[in-house]
Design a protein around this ligand. Structure first.
Ligand code: DI6
Ligand code: FE
Length: 431
């Protein structure tokens, strides 16, 4: 039966050590006996390692997985063998980015290094609003061209799926412009793009002292237009003193729900406004940042299956010292995802592998938690199918073939290319 699946396949890969990220009983058993523990690496079952395997792809999906020992050698003569040997993981998923924007914030970086706080710069009209000015002034084509090298940097490391937020337009026209560029990037490159409307990112100057009227615009015009034009998959807010109040964010969540859009939140990044709990109670896919999240108030996240998205790049770049409540999240069984938050102000770092490393060094995640954070847990943060971010039969054939000795290396050595093949929807592409 399995052999038939290999005969019918579009392509097969042989002699693989699979990092399935699948916690099914079968893969756990295999992992227990063969995940490299004998080499002195940390021994746990979350990688779902299956050693010496063959994998088949048909119509852009994984169609069969079997041990090499069960393979009929005659098959190898007829099959389309696309690769042989190496560790294979799911394609990486960056579930939180602000990839589309114009302008630079290097001068603000210099100011901050001299001691001026991020919030003060924002209150004085710099920060997010300086990127808004540049983004409003840029054409769709210019924004696309600026985003391409950022996207290529992520893809070259193995990113197969990427979320891109708006939030630097802050008018109906400019928010839709950003979302269209995000969609176009997904059409032009072999990468899956999920888009998020972040109209409630900052108060634009036209609405100073009238922030409720701006929220009216977000709820009554931006959300309906983005939904009707199918430009947004989700809606996000910045629930913060320099962003929007919980009451205002709740209005945005209600409007998003009315239009059938998923909900996400930038919450507890700089202070504890209980935005995470609010978003979770509205069924948020994820709450993101979380440095100031109250460790004793995680129940809404548990009850709603909300993913905690950790953004160590922003933590690092803002020289934040307050850590997200990692152990409490772990104890509560809340899935933790990791993302770049790539943006010009707080995380100008287009490397998801670096984020994995920082999640380990700064947040004390294990390399295994870091890999789950950029595969299966990131998939959940985007509301993708349950098999996304895993190597299981039926899953999208987004796979990476690595020249490494153990999957823990993915969070360990940064900057040295280790990717042998990037496979997107069954096609080898890029690298
Ligand atoms: N939190 C962040 O870290 C980004 N947005 C947000 O709400 C920063 C955006 C920026 O500074 O441009
Ligand atoms: Fe962000």
């Amino acid at each position: 039966m399995i052999m038939n699946d290999f005969c019918d396949a579009d392509k097969i890969w042989l002699d693989l050590d699979l990092v399935t990220m699948s916690n099914s009983a079968a893969s756990s058993n295999l992992a227990a006996s063969s995940d490299g523990c004998s080499q002195g690496y940390g021994c746990s079952q979350g990688y779902g390692v299956q050693k010496s395997m063959a994998l088949a792809v048909k119509n852009g999906r994984i169609s069969a997985i079997a041990p090499m020992i069960d393979m009929d050698k005659a098959l190898f003569l007829k099959a389309n063998i696309a690769g042989r040997g190496g560790w294979m993981t799911p394609g990486l998923i960056d579930c939180h980015s602000h990839l589309v924007f114009a302008g630079s914030r290097a001068q603000e970086f210099e100011q901050r290094l001299q001691g001026v706080p991020y919030e003060q710069i924002a209150r004085e009209g710099g920060g997010i609003l300086s990127t808004v000015r540049a983004t409003r002034g840029a054409s769709e084509q210019q924004l696309f061209d600026l985003a391409v090298p950022r996207l290529q940097a992520l893809m070259s490391e193995g990113v197969a799926t990427l979320e891109i937020k708006s939030g630097y337009g802050l008018t109906l026209k400019d928010e839709l412009k950003m979302l269209r560029v995000a969609r176009q990037l997904g059409e032009a490159f072999p990468v899956q793009v999920r888009t998020t409307l972040l109209g409630a990112h900052a108060l634009p100057p036209e609405f100073v002292a009238n922030s409720d009227a701006y929220i009216d615009l977000v709820c009554e015009q931006m959300i309906p237009a983005a939904a009707e034009q199918k430009l947004a998959d989700a809606v996000d807010v910045f629930c913060e003193g320099i962003g929007f109040s919980p009451v205002q964010c709740e209005r945005v969540f209600k409007a998003a729900k009315n239009y059938g859009l998923a909900i996400k939140g930038h919450t507890e990044q700089l202070s504890d406004l209980k935005g995470s709990q609010l978003a979770a109670n509205y069924g948020a896919l994820s709450v993101d940042h979380l440095e100031y999240l109250d460790a004793a108030a995680l129940q809404p996240l548990v009850e709603n299956g909300t993913v905690a998205v950790l953004l160590p790049g922003a933590f690092y770049f803002l020289r934040e010292t307050k850590l997200p409540p990692i152990q409490a999240l772990r104890n509560a069984g809340i899935p933790m995802a990791i993302a770049t938050d790539f943006n010009p102000g707080t995380s100008p770092l287009a490397s998801l592998r670096l984020m994995m490393n920082m999640a380990c060094t700064l947040f004390r995640l294990t390399p295994e938690e870091a890999l789950a954070g950029v595969t299966c847990h990131a998939a959940k943060a985007l509301g993708l199918s349950d098999d996304s971010g895993r190597l299981v039969v039926g899953a999208p054939a987004d796979m990476l073939l690595w020249d490494i000795k153990h999957p823990s290396e993915l969070a360990y050595q940064i900057g040295v290319p280790a990717l042998k093949q990037r496979i997107y929807q069954g096609e080898t592409s890029y690298v």
